[in-house]
Design a protein around this ligand. Structure first.
Ligand code: ADP
Length: 288
């Protein structure tokens, strides 16, 4: 879908794609009386180094499956997945960070210890941990809360802790699976600004899974629109936003055009997905 050289956050030109999916499908095997579920694909995707790419699609169309296959957390049933030119299989590659949809902070650890968790496990020396955790907490506005426990924080702040925990690993590709799903609309807009800031500062490639069209339209360089299950890409929408952008872009005329184009595809697909879930509910074991 995207050929040729691409730019990373620092403006250097790098040949090839940062991550690639080629002919990827994912079929969940049959379990206890249920038929196999063809969740995804076939899908081709070329992520450009340093871009902000979002995936939108109806509920249950395979978005999370796509992210997990790209992260190496699930094997593709067919096709190939690569990151920085190397095949991905069996584990999250070094250089890839994942932030999940639920608040996944550890309730028994302080904010500081949550952020330090991955580095300690990787055996990074304590001075380096001190430096990276301090930096990530300052960047995410959590410095004053470093001794607090997650239960003492708001949902938005707990999700910042999860982002800080990924950030300290200095990922070059950040995969975000509905990270703001549980937050109210205003907090989501502000968290979107945080993620844009993080994206500019790190120069990382970002892939964001979301069901929110406005979120995808506001944040992304490109938005991949997926069909109802099995999810395939119906359209890739280039927003052409400037790199220095924030949530105020929602008041621009171009923003309405992008969301209208996304909704044009998604309206029909969401109705199909509703039909699928209705059929599954009526038939009990009607997955195909
Ligand atoms: P989305 O993220 O777009 O909501 P998912 O990738 O979570 O979609 O799921 C796609 C389809 O695969 C859904 O029909 C879901 O029920 C099914 N599915 C997801 N995980 C599993 C699993 N582990 N086993 C069987 N089916 C699954």
């Amino acid at each position: 879908m995207d050929a040729g050289a691409s730019r990373n956050g620092g403006g250097r030109v790098a040949a090839g794609h940062h991550a690639e999916l080629r002919g990827v499908t994912r079929v969940y095997p049959a379990v206890a009386g249920y038929r196999p579920v063809h969740a995804l694909g076939p899908v081709d995707l070329d992520l450009r180094r340093g871009e902000f790419f979002s995936v939108v699609g109806p509920s249950g169309c395979g978005k999370s499956t796509l992210l997990e296959v790209l992260a190496g957390l699930q094997p593709p049933s067919e096709g190939k997945v690569s990151f920085e030119g190397k095949p991905v299989h069996g584990q999250v590659p070094e250089g890839v960070g994942v932030v999940f949809q639920e608040d996944a902070s550890f309730p028994w650890l302080t904010v500081w210890d949550n952020a330090a968790f991955g580095l300690r496990r990787a055996g990074v020396d304590s001075a380096e941990i001190e430096r990276r955790v301090g930096d990530a907490l300052a960047f995410m506005g959590l410095k004053d809360f470093q001794r607090a426990y997650p239960a003492q924080l708001s949902g938005g702040m707990r999700q910042r802790v999860c982002i800080a925990r990924t950030l300290v690993l200095q990922p070059r590709l950040i995969l975000l699976d509905e990270p703001f799903g549980a937050l109210d609309a205003q907090t989501r807009l502000l968290m979107g600004d945080e993620v844009l800031r993080l994206w500019r500062r790190t120069g990382a490639t970002i892939l964001l899974i979301t069901h929110a069209l406005d979120e995808a339209a506001m944040l992304s360089d490109r938005v991949g629109v997926m069909s109802a299950r099995p999810g395939r890409f119906l359209d890739l929408v280039e927003t052409k936003w400037p790199k220095e952008r924030d949530s105020t872009i929602v008041s621009e005329a171009g923003f309405g055009e992008v969301t209208a184009r996304l909704w044009h595809h998604l309206r029909g697909e969401s109705m199909k997905a509703l039909g699928q879930s209705g059929a599954a509910a009526a038939g009990g074991r009607a997955e195909a």
